[in-house]
Design a protein around this ligand. Structure first.
Ligand SMILES: *Cc1c(COP(=O)(O)O)cnc(C)c1O
Length: 268
């Protein structure tokens, strides 16, 4: 999943390096990128013997300016995922006329629970009971409920947010206490590596946790949010029901991923 470096590509023998994702600027660009992603989703579902209709595509719009989100909306994108709550809330306010459905997919500090409770339609990074409690309190006060996914650190990488797999069962069992949270399923970021087998192992871990949660009756709808631009096909083969795709739709981001999932726990 790391970008191939130009220096290592030998023009004679190596396959062409993956082209950088071009920025989508027009409605036409968005339509073309969406059609390409949907075709790849359908092909991956077919390989896995699954129905593509059960796989949701959540476009991830972080860092993309609001004017381009209006263009994306005109191309049919009506739900958007954002990693940072302040950016998401600003966009939701400035684009309120469009009626976009906003999904917050990044780690949230407890003191920002009120922001998410105010505008988000979904929160995919629930990772502590303190946060569940804070969200529930704010939601009760606002008379709202919220779809949530519990984030799991399936890769064991210290840089990733989320519960350790061993803690998931007890966590899920505690969530019914927070009645305004509607548990939809589990979310993860797979290992950031070119090693396809390690990535697939992350998806297998998630599927086992989901199956255990379904048996215990604690994981709500048992949905699995996993897969991004670089690994969504493997995620679908691994059972994903929601792929979160940013760069392959909107274009490459200048902001490094370390801005969203810090390289070391100390940076949190
Ligand atoms: C940015 C982000 C994505 C999408 O990543 P792309 O490489 O742009 O597809 C998915 N999930 C989360 C949590 C993200 O922050």
């Amino acid at each position: 999943m790391t970008e191939p470096s130009a220096a290592s590509a030998s023009p004679q023998s190596s396959p062409a390096p993956t082209p950088a994702y071009a920025a989508a600027l027009t409605v036409e660009d968005f339509r073309r990128n969406l059609a390409a992603i949907r075709a790849r989703i359908a092909a991956a579902a077919e390989r896995a013997g699954r129905d593509a209709a059960e796989i949701r595509l959540l476009p991830v719009s972080k860092t993309v300016p609001e004017e381009r989100l209006r263009t994306a909306f005109a191309a049919g994108i009506t739900q958007m995922g954002e990693n940072k709550v302040q950016e998401a809330q600003r966009k939701s306010e400035n684009l309120a006329d469009l009626g976009i459905s906003w999904s917050v997919i990044g780690h949230l500090q407890t003191n920002k629970a009120k922001n998410v409770a105010a505008f988000a339609d979904e929160f995919q990074a629930l990772d502590s009971l303190r946060l569940a409690e804070a969200l529930d309190r704010r939601l009760q006060a606002a008379g709202r409920s919220l779809d949530v996914y519990v984030q799991v650190n399936s890769s064991g990488e210290p840089s990733k947010f989320g519960l350790e797999p061993v803690d998931v069962a007890a966590f899920l069992a505690a969530l019914p206490a927070y009645s305004s949270l509607r548990v939809r399923g589990l979310m993860t970021l797979a290992a950031h590596t070119d090693d396809a087998e390690r990535v697939r192992e992350c998806f297998r871990v998630m599927r086992h946790l989901r199956d255990a949660g379904l048996q215990a009756g604690t994981v709500g709808d048992g949905l699995l949010s996993m897969g991004m631009s670089g690994d969504f096909e493997a995620a679908i083969e691994g059972g994903s029901t929601c792929v979160r795709v940013g760069q392959a739709i909107f274009g490459a981001r200048a902001t490094p991923n370390s801005h969203y999932w810090p390289e070391s726990p100390a940076a949190r």
